[in-house]
Design a protein. Structure first.
Lengths: 216, 207
């Protein structure tokens, strides 16, 4: 399988959030704004890619009895490093994401990729898989974050300064009377459900279009 | 990947090596980021001083008017406590205590507690906590205004016997499902007020 194909698969056909429905706890909890989604998405991409590389690089020494503790050790160390780096370089975002940076360790999408993919493939494909799956998860976080922020706060891109520095940036206010439910916990479930439903509709249309072409 | 007939101790050995490598990775990152993290925490603390002195007029530089209360002390926490002191026209007007409540639901809670010269709470702000998101994080002033209920309260209003949560027979609101967190924050503020009442002279000494 070529790199492009596996990225495409990770972004759409097997998207960890939309299709595998993995890592829902951080996905639902932090996506109240775009910048939160982007921050956690970037952290997840880095952790997932590094963990895939490390698991793949050590796979020949791993015996099946100790593979799970090894994955957990690798992932937990990477997440701890990530948390320290966030505290050092993005303190405002770290306060905003709070406990969800350390909770990346419980994102089962990462453990799943280690077990399903990285432990059976060579380093480069595992790295591409990590980047692809991380991107698929991160883009979904950003999309849901942007959607909930727009509906719930009426703003776009607020507090981007937490990630990129500079003075507090309030974002562009678009809606004057926001629909608060979107940023509350139920809004997270509704938004994810809309995203999953939207994907299924697109897939079905495509399939129908393809079937139509075949029948001619 | 299969263990085959290999003895189990070799698996233990591999696991120990991996654990050592992972630990050194974390230790390396920690030593590289430590200085920046301490500087960031100090910057955040200094940013939060102003909100903790809501409504108090002062004319000194708080960062230069600090006092460290060494152990042992009756304040919350097991560390020496840093105090910032506000002065107006050479008269001490308020003090901000940086204390740690150790009885939170998950881990220590770092609080700033501002008290004016009359022993009235000016405001309290949470600097750092690990409470459950959506349940115990209401103590954070960016999440809810719960912590604002302590503003303008002192040990005489309400009476010190009523410095407790509603469910414990006191005057203060708790958050349902998170009374441990509520109690920890309240207790830290009460203990700081008691300390200030007994040691006001020494807190403002040297100003």
């Amino acid at each position: 399988m070529s790199g492009m194909q596996s990225i495409r698969k990770a972004l759409w056909d097997e998207n960890p959030g939309l299709v595998q429905l993995l890592g829902l706890c951080p996905l639902l909890a932090v996506t109240s704004t775009f910048v939160n989604g982007l921050g956690l998405g970037l952290a997840t991409i880095v952790v997932l890619t590094c963990s895939n590389i490390l698991v793949s690089a050590t796979r020949q020494w791993l015996r099946s009895e100790i593979r799970i503790p090894t994955y957990v050790l690798i992932i937990a160390s990477l997440v701890t490093c990530m948390e320290l780096l966030f505290e050092a370089y993005f303190p405002a975002l770290d306060r905003s994401l709070g406990i969800f940076i350390p909770l990346i360790v419980t994102n089962c999408a990462i453990l799943a990729r280690a077990e399903i993919f990285a432990s059976k493939h060579r380093v480069v494909p595992s790295m591409i898989d990590g980047i692809g799956m991380g991107l698929g998860f991160g883009l979904l976080l950003c999309a849901i974050g942007a959607f909930r922020e727009f509906i719930g706060h009426g703003t776009v891109l607020s507090r981007l300064d937490m990630l990129f520095g500079g003075g507090p940036f309030a974002g562009l206010t678009i809606l004057d009377s926001p629909f608060l439910l979107a940023i509350l916990p139920p809004g997270a479930f509704f938004s994810l459900a809309l995203a999953v439903a939207g994907k299924n509709v697109i897939d079905r249309r495509r399939k129908r279009a393809a079937g139509f072409r075949l029948s001619i | 990947m299969t263990g085959g007939g290999k003895p189990i101790w070799s698996a233990g050995l591999i696991l120990a090596v991996i654990a050592a490598v992972c630990t050194s990775l974390v230790a390396l990152t920690y030593s590289m980021t430590k200085a920046r993290i301490v500087a960031n925490e100090q910057a955040w603390l200094e940013q939060s001083l102003q909100p903790a002195l809501a409504g108090v007029a002062y004319d000194n530089n708080l960062i230069e008017a600090t006092l460290t209360i060494p152990l042992p002390h009756e304040l919350p926490g097991n560390d020496p406590v840093l105090v910032y002191r506000a002065v107006l026209e050479n008269e001490p007007v308020a003090a901000i205590f940086v204390v740690t409540a150790l009885d939170g639901f998950s881990g220590p809670i770092r609080l700033l507690i501002g008290i004016d010269a009359a022993g009235i709470v000016t405001a309290s702000r949470v600097l750092k906590h690990n409470e459950t998101p959506g349940l115990g994080d209401f103590i954070d002033s960016t999440k809810s205004d719960w912590i604002d209920q302590f503003e303008d309260k002192s040990l005489s209003a309400p009476d010190r016997l009523l410095w407790a949560l509603g469910r414990d027979g006191g005057e203060f609101d708790q958050v349902t499902g998170a009374s441990i967190t509520s109690r920890a924050a309240l207790k830290a503020i009460k203990e700081t007020l008691l300390y200030f009442e007994a040691n006001q002279e020494s807190v403002f000494a040297g100003l």
